[in-house]
Design a protein around this ligand. Structure first.
Ligand SMILES: Cc1cc2nc3c(=O)[nH]c(=O)nc-3n(C[C@H](O)[C@H](O)[C@H](O)COP(=O)(O)O)c2cc1C
Length: 179
């Protein structure tokens, strides 16, 4: 398959919430996870772990304890993204959740890589205590998100321009508030 331009993947990616039941082959899945592995992180601590979930009962359980996520049980698989604690000497900014930012960057890498391979994803926020317990995640770790992964049931729409706020309303010059 020809690789997709990064700008095209960024612009056209959209949240996919309906999936074909087709299994994602392991080589494709590992391409997606490999993209996550190359995300940046503070001091290169790589504060992320991935739980590959294919069990239907588990997907069903998670879909009950997650937001807008009935669809999750229809996905052929999902990846739970877990943030482990990092070595104390690197965690001086832990209070603001820097490790979670890094894990979120890994998720974005995954989403874009999946999209470039014709695969849909969505960020699903869960009730982390319940989902963490079910997945046997240690209490020291943080369940960041669960990402359903699958081939889109129908061709995903391309968001039109108005789906995002105008850039000019998001930009200041030199100081906050200066247009
Ligand atoms: C941090 C974060 C949390 C989100 N939580 C959920 C969620 O719990 N359930 C869900 O279906 N979508 C969730 N989404 C997906 C957003 O609804 C979606 O990205 C947004 O509406 C923009 O649409 P797009 O991804 O198609 O551009 C989340 C996205 C992010 C980045």
């Amino acid at each position: 398959m020809e690789s997709m331009d990064v700008f095209e993947a960024i612009r056209n990616r959209c949240a996919v919430r309906q999936f074909k039941p087709d299994v994602i082959p392991d080589d494709i899945l590992f391409k997606i996870l490999e993209a996550a592995r190359w995300a940046p992180s503070p001091f290169n601590t790589q504060p992320w772990e991935f739980i590959i979930i294919r069990d239907k009962e588990t997907l069903k359980f998670i879909s009950r304890y997650a937001r807008y996520s009935g669809y999750l049980e229809e996905a052929p698989m999902a990846i739970a993204v877990v943030v482990p604690p990092v070595n104390e000497k690197f965690s001086w900014v832990e209070g603001i959740g820097e490790t979670k930012f890094a894990a979120a960057m890994a998720v974005q890498n995954m989403m874009l890589a999946a999209w470039a391979l014709g695969i849909g994803t969505c960020w699903v926020s869960t009730e982390r205590d319940k989902v963490g317990k079910m997945l046997k995640v240690p209490k020291t770790h943080f369940v960041l998100a669960v990402i359903p992964i699958g081939y889109p049931l129908t061709p995903p729409p391309i968001h039109d321009e108005s789906f995002r706020k105008a850039l000019k309303d998001k930009i200041f010059y030199e100081k906050h508030g200066m247009r």
